[in-house]
Write a protein that binds this ligand. Structure first.
Ligand SMILES: [Zn+2]
Length: 165
């Protein structure tokens, strides 16, 4: 069983366009794929491992022009298969590459607004979260897994939307 990347009661709202797949548009009108789910949450909300595993990627600094800003990647096993959980737009990271995560209560980092997290109508502070079946995903939704497969349908749609990655 994988858990949510945040304490559920700390999620303020789910975005209208948080769904996975060809749900967004570029400025020129072409389709853009959303590769995961967005969880709107207050700045500095802790993010947790969805399962026990190992930290395989950390981006500690928010470089100019960065898409995902400060990120953490967790490798984990679920029912005999290996997956990667990717957390983006963080405010800061609390773990290091190579850390073995033995408890799903371990704080991996904190929700923030690093990278391209800027929303149009709402708070831009959110967690961009992906499940992958390879460490580094390809274009579009290649190597991404719809979180619905782990969590079922999103509990509800919110009033906010975010036009970002
Ligand atoms: Zn997103």
């Amino acid at each position: 069983m994988v858990r949510y990347p945040l304490e559920y009661n700390q999620i303020l709202n789910r975005t209208k366009y948080n769904t996975f797949g060809p749900v967004r548009k570029n400025k020129d009108g072409s389709v853009r794929f959303h590769k995961g789910w967005d969880f709107v949450a207050p700045m500095w909300t802790p993010v947790f491992p969805v399962a026990t595993g190992k930290i395989v990627g950390v981006t500690r600094f928010d470089k100019e022009g960065s898409k995902y800003g400060i990120t953490v990647t967790l490798k984990f096993k679920e029912q005999g298969s290996t997956y990667w959980a990717f957390y983006a737009h963080l405010a800061s990271v609390a773990v290091n590459v190579g850390d073995e995560i033995t408890s799903t209560g371990t704080i991996l980092g904190y929700v923030g607004d690093s990278g391209n997290s800027k929303g149009i109508k709402a708070s831009c502070v959110h967690l961009h979260f992906e499940f992958r079946n390879r460490e580094l995903g390809g274009n579009g939704t290649t190597d991404r897994i719809d979180p619905v497969q782990f969590y079922g349908d999103p509990p509800y749609d919110g009033l906010y939307y975010i036009d970002d990655e």
